[in-house]
Design a protein around this ligand. Structure first.
Ligand code: ATP
Length: 218
């Protein structure tokens, strides 16, 4: 059976915006991904909450991907959510492996900011036992890290070989040459609350949804 490289793109998506969508689409083209699953995360009650509810974040994801058949939504973190537990990426990857076995390829997509922040993630050094990491460029974030452990870990696992990502099931870090989109959900929420338009930063139907539901102070 041919190997399929499944790609998961995790995030809070509060709201989803073109800074998520456009780099992910470019990444798919660059490394020949047939499909990307957006993976909205669960945030437990004791953590700072997203401003939109889980069902609103999900509704916006559904609207955002209507015109982009390359995307689907993976509901596992929000449906299997335990009220008091965060959705750790490592647990999601383990669950995926339990369901799909070890021979299929799995990749997890991250922005450069998230890569720099990786040492704060639960069991981050074991992530590559389960997946590849695909890194999208993000303006405003350094290309290199000052963290010596992260630096060494990246160096040990980095590859430019796209074929390798498809041949091996896990274990590599790939830095993609994706477009720089200077957009963040935090900035969108702030702009909306100060009554500024963000129409060009996200799909029209997501913008309309935000207006109709008066999200983020709209
Ligand atoms: P916030 O501003 O609330 O922190 P965000 O815009 O960073 O949100 P998230 O949902 O937290 O969005 O991000 C999900 C993933 O998308 C992360 O891996 C993040 O690095 C990546 N990402 C978000 N915005 C961009 C962007 N403009 N360019 C590249 N990657 C991005």
């Amino acid at each position: 059976m041919a190997k399929v490289l499944t790609a998961l793109f995790g995030g809070t998506f509060d709201p989803i915006h073109y800074g998520h969508l456009l780099p992910a689409i470019a990444l798919a083209k660059e490394i020949k991904l047939a499909h990307i699953s957006l993976l909205p995360n669960h945030i437990p009650p004791h953590k700072p909450q997203p401003e939109a509810t889980t069902s609103q974040r999900l509704a916006m994801l559904r609207l955002a991907i209507e015109n982009y058949p390359i995307f689907s939504i993976d509901m596992r973190e929000i449906t299997k959510a335990k009220l008091d537990k965060p959705s750790y990426t490592i647990d999601t990857l383990k669950a995926w492996r339990n369901e799909n076995g070890n021979s299929q390829g799995l990749a997890f997509i991250l922005g450069q900011d998230s890569l720099l922040n990786l040492p704060t993630w639960h069991n981050w050094q074991t992530l590559l036992d389960y997946c590849h990491l695909l890194i999208c460029r993000r303006p405003g974030y350094a290309d290199n890290t000052n963290d010596p452990f992260l630096k060494k870990w990246i160096k040990r696992h980095q590859t430019n070989d796209i074929a390798l990502l498809h041949q091996n099931s896990n274990g590599s870090i790939y830095f993609a040459n994706t477009p720089l989109e200077d957009i963040s959900a935090t900035e969108i929420r702030q702009q909306i609350s100060s009554k500024k338009s963000c129409e060009t930063l996200l799909p029209a139907k997501v913008w309309q949804y935000i207006q109709i539901h008066h999200l983020y102070g709209a």
